[in-house]
Design a protein around this ligand. Structure first.
Ligand code: HEM
Length: 513
């Protein structure tokens, strides 16, 4: 993909760029001789002028396979250039922990990709996930973190439970209309997660057939796919001239989402009661009105956009999960038995049932292990080092969690889908320290709680209600899934109803608790 964008351009331009690259390479190799004597130069492959090592990684369908192969040759911490960008790939647990935790200040920034600016109103620093570290980001995280991590018994957990339950009911109703057919469930799952997020963050629910809402969900899906792929323009920003249309298209799509969020903020502002805050939008509005803060309404709006967009990541993960579980009849059976025991099959599972669903929770962790969503790259804020290797300012750090999650040193039979690995002998859920699917340190994920809750209830409810099947004869090939947040080909599943509920509203309430 990276190479495919390099279509022939004028010879003059190429020669100019090559000369420039040679000069830059010469200057940077001179710099190496000035390294402090106790720091080592990063090992790694030599890059070509202009392309860097893009031609090496571009050979792999899944770039993480490329990084894993280079690791065999160059070790747990190696450097390479992709286009004009200096990068480091860290693959060992200790190197990752150093970057994310003990040296988190030195690596607190995010990559400065043109596409990110296009998505976030021309300035990626409006985004909570892709901005550089700043005092504003600290404040923003301090506001969002507690909201996204409600305590066990709290108003926040009740709202989460209510919204997830309501949307699962809607989803089950929809899936019943297409039962026994081979379908692509992704759009249904995305609509379901989008409505959960809009309700939890903005108290806004859309009719699932509302065309504006469906369009917004599709836009988020396109933007999300963009975010999670590497493109030549990220590493060779001078390609901007050939990508104006793509960037404009991204900006236009993002503008549509922005307009919706602006309307939601306007509606909230008119009815704001500072003594009774309804949701995150209200919390932000109250904060903005206060004195001495450095957040603007635009910051707040983009933050909410960004968090709402998380529904797309979750929808795709859930889809991977259903696909994986469909391939393992014994896993489906164990989830069903557990949910049945917790609910007597008179109602769907609720968040209050979590202690009674350790196996289902272990399945969610195993899905996260196998899918191995990459940690968003970090960027060095100053000249620093990783395990004694010199890392210059602005170097992008990529985390090979793909290798970590499949390392036989940590995982028994790593290439088997084995949820019980997360259970103790007593049947309790145990997440080991070397497993951090939501990152660790100062820029950890803010959506983890909503993700874990939706995935637990989403799997429990759908498997209680349906036998979820694939047409594929063999169990899923885990290597073809790992590191790919978005499935490369559309996943198809069959939902066969197995539980007949006599009273639907009783089934979907937790009143029987
Ligand atoms: C579906 C599964 C998800 C996984 C596996 C996941 C994982 C991650 C990871 C690994 C990071 C990077 C941590 C780091 O850089 O150190 C991250 C960051 C982040 N995630 Fe998630 N995430 C998921 C869903 C979500 C959702 C649904 C939301 C929104 C509600 C969300 C919001 C964020 C934000 C805002 C950040 C950046 C935080 C910062 O830079 O300060 N994530 N996530």
């Amino acid at each position: 993909m990276i190479l495919s964008i390099l279509t022939p351009v004028s010879v003059v331009l190429w020669v100019g760029v090559l000369l420039l690259a040679v000069v830059v390479a010469a200057l940077s190799s001179r710099k190496k001789t000035h390294l402090s004597s106790n720091l080592q130069v990063l090992p790694g492959p030599h890059g070509l002028p202009v392309l860097g090592c893009s031609h090496i990684i571009g050979r792999y369908n899944n770039p993480w396979h490329g990084f894993s192969n280079l690791r065999k040759q160059y070790g747990d911490v190696f450097g390479l250039t992709l286009g004009s960008r200096k990068c480091v790939v860290v693959s060992s647990l200790s190197a990752m922990k150093q970057v994310l935790v003990s040296k988190s200040e030195d690596f607190a920034n995010r990559p400065d990709f043109l596409r990110f600016h296009a998505i976030f109103r021309g300035n990626r620093n409006y985004s909570i996930a892709l901005c550089d570290w700043s005092s504003k980001q600290k404040v923003r995280r301090e506001i969002v973190f507690p909201y996204m991590h409600p305590k066990c018994v709290s108003f926040g957990i009740d709202r989460m439970n209510t919204f997830i339950t309501r949307e699962l009911q809607e989803l089950v109703t929809t899936l019943l209309t297409v039962e026994n057919q081979l379908i692509e469930p992704r759009p249904f799952l995305l609509v379901c997660t989008a409505n959960i997020f809009y309700q939890y963050l903005c108290s806004k629910r859309f009719h699932t057939k509302d065309p504006t809402f469906q369009r917004i969900v599709r836009i988020y899906d396109v933007v999300f796919r963009e975010l999670f792929q590497g493109f030549a323009i990220d590493f060779m920003p001078w390609l901007k001239v050939f990508n104006e249309k793509r960037l404009k298209d991204l900006r236009d799509k993002a503008d549509e989402v922005t307009k919706l969020t602006e309307t939601i903020f306007d509606e909230h502002e008119k009815t704001l009661d500072e003594e009774n805050l309804r949701d995150l939008v209200d919390i932000f509005l109250k904060h903005i009105k206060g004195t001495g803060n450095n957040l603007s309404r635009e910051d707040a709006e983009v933050t909410v956009d960004d968090l709402c967009g998380g529904h797309s990541v979750l929808g795709n993960l859930w889809l991977w999960g259903l696909y994986l579980v469909a391939g393992y009849p014994e896993v489906k059976e164990r989830i069903r038995t557990e949910v049945s025991r917790a609910t007597e099959d008179r109602r769907h599972p609720c968040l209050q049932d979590k202690p009674a669903l350790p196996y289902t929770e272990a399945v969610t962790l195993e899905i996260l292990r196998v899918v191995a969503s990459p940690i968003i790259p970090h960027v060095a804020t100053k000249d620093t080092n990783i395990q004694g290797f010199h890392v210059p300012i602005n170097t992008m750090v990529m985390f090979n969690t793909f290798d970590l999650n499949m390392d036989a040193q940590y995982w028994e039979e790593p290439r088997r889908f084995k949820p019980e690995r997360f259970l103790t002998k007593e049947g309790r859920v145990l997440k080991p320290d070397y497993f951090f699917p939501f990152g660790t340190g100062k820029r950890t994920c803010l959506g983890d709680s909503l993700v874990k809750s939706t995935l637990l209830l989403g799997l429990g409810t759908l498997l209680q209600m349906f036998d979820v099947c694939t047409e594929e004869v063999n169990a899923p090939d885990l290597d073809s899934i790992s590191g790919l947040v978005v499935p490369q080909k559309e996943i198809k599943l069959i939902f066969k109803q197995r539980l007949n509920f006599t009273n639907k509203s009783e089934y979907f309430s937790c009143s029987a608790l």
